[in-house]
Design a protein around this ligand. Structure first.
Ligand code: SF4
Length: 474
């Protein structure tokens, strides 16, 4: 291939897909491709798709629909579909969409070079949805000299063995498989050398990390990553509530880089619905775990996922969910309407809930959460928080475009994952300069529904350690 060939990847869905797209990019870079600014300028267009909800799947097909015209104009264009929809639908996609050349499943990313060559050189259409027992490793990691942003995702395991009755993940991503800690540490080291300061470890159920393969435990992995030079913060997602161990909860007391935030998807506040979902914990067991976490720190931020309108969800079940949200007082949540997915047991269940009732319930959850988030944000006013600076705030960008400003406006996140927009007078603060990728101390002056505003009171590039907003119970 010539030097000038370009690729474009359209990414849908979860953080796991964002990470997989990064892997695809690295493979394409190593094949000599460059990134195109839009898909219209690309020689190869890949869609990295999500099958978790019907809407996401429709979005994937509508994107591929738009590519049909391009392919007609330029038959040399290579169109590929990867991710969960590709894994789920396989050959059917080639039958339905003549513009698609290549269907590759979630475990076939490592085989992309061969697939692309087959399409380009042999003029064949290909499907590769074979699942692997091991996670694909790219080999020595090469990170672009200035990666996007100071935060990056790092996948530590793939697949899931839990089979919640509404979920396609075990069907499309296969069984759980963990990466070797050596490769994970090597990747994080390369990221920090390229300027990354925060990593979020990804897995469908991080508590099972390494168990099947006899690798180290998840907590041991966290301990090893915590020792990485120049890494300031460490996060992970997702921990299945049934498997959240006391050992992991305890890790928050001594790992100084581990952020005070956990994503603990509850899905429903009704024990009956949890049973129908095959979540394998009760409402009470879930609440006990939250209590244990909050004993570590009263400021431990907890976020969650909720599904409304699961088959058979009565008004009483839904009201249990609202009560649980009030009791936990989540810092943030994602709420979704239940939708049938292929092959999952819930699709065959009785008691389907109408779209209008689903929407009413969804709005009720959002309204309740809005008031809780506002109350929790207001409680931060007057505090001084450690903020990892992610860049100039959007407001600053608008202001400098129009009239300029004496004060710099920055944006970042607290350890508990709250967004903080703040001003910093470059004259007035010792150590001021560029705060990008550093942890600074910000006095909080105002609370909004989804963010905080404040003023920097101290510039520091030191890791947070056991100080500031962290408050340890004895
Ligand atoms: S734990 Fe349940 S919801 Fe999460 S990926 Fe596995 S099957 Fe899906």
């Amino acid at each position: 291939m010539t030097e000038s060939k370009k690729f474009f990847i359209y990414t849908m869905g979860c953080q796991m897909n964002v990470y997989d797209t990064g892997q695809m990019e690295n493979i394409l870079f190593s094949m000599g491709y460059k990134k195109a600014a839009t898909y219209a300028l690309a020689d190869i267009v890949l869609a990295n798709t999500c099958a978790i909800r019907e809407k996401a799947e429709q979005k994937a097909f509508s994107f591929l629909g738009r590519l049909a015209k391009l392919k007609n104009k330029n038959p040399e264009l290579i169109v590929g579909i990867g991710g969960c929809v590709a894994q789920q639908e396989g050959m059917k996609i080639l039958e339905r969409m003549p513009q698609v050349d290549m269907v590759f499943g979630t475990d076939a990313i490592g085989r992309l070079p061969d697939l692309i060559r087959t399409v380009a050189l042999e003029n064949k259409r290909v499907v590769d949805i074979e699942t692997a027992h091991k996670v694909f490793e790219l080999g020595p990691v090469k990170i672009e000299s200035s990666p996007r942003g100071i935060s990056r995702f790092v996948t530590i395991m793939q697949g899931c063995d839990n089979f919640c009755t509404y979920c396609v993940v075990p069907h499309v991503r296969g069984r759980e498989k963990s990466r070797d800690p050596f490769h994970i540490l090597q990747e994080i080291k390369a990221l920090t050398e390229a300027g990354v300061r925060e990593v979020t470890l990804l897995g469908q159920n991080v508590n099972s990390y390494g168990k099947k393969e006899g690798l180290c435990s998840f907590v041991e992995l966290l301990e090893r990553i915590n020792g990485t030079d120049n890494l300031l913060r460490l996060r992970f997602t997702t921990s299945h509530p049934k498997d959240l161990s006391s050992e992991l909860i305890n890790a928050y007391t001594y790992l100084d880089k581990l952020c005070r935030h956990i994503h603990l998807p509850v899905q429903s506040g009704s024990t009956d619905i949890l049973k129908r979902m095959n979540r394998r914990y009760t409402r009470d067991q879930y609440l006990k775990k939250v209590e244990e976490l909050r004993k570590i720190s009263h400021d431990m931020a907890v976020s969650t996922d909720i599904i409304v309108g699961f088959p058979g969800e009565t008004e009483a079940d839904f009201s249990d969910t609202l009560d649980l949200i009030k009791e936990v007082e989540y810092d943030s949540l994602f709420v979704f309407n239940y939708s049938d997915r292929p092959k999952v047991p819930a699709a065959a269940m009785d008691g389907k809930i109408s779209k209008s009732i689903q929407n009413e319930r969804l709005q009720a959850v959002l309204a309740l959460q809005e008031s809780i988030a506002m109350k929790k944000n207001r409680a931060q006013v007057g505090m001084t928080l450690d903020v990892l600076v992610e860049g100039k705030s959007k407001k600053q960008n608008r202001k400098t475009e129009t009239m300029g400003s004496n004060e710099d406006q920055w944006s970042g996140r607290t350890s508990s994952n709250r967004i903080v927009n703040f001003t910093a007078d470059p004259q007035g603060v010792e150590g001021a300069g560029s705060f990008y990728g550093k942890i600074v101390r910000v006095g909080i002056e105002k609370a909004l529904a989804h963010s905080l505003r404040g003023k920097m009171v101290e510039a520091s590039s030191k890791p947070e350690g056991m100080k500031g907003e962290k408050d340890y119970a004895a």
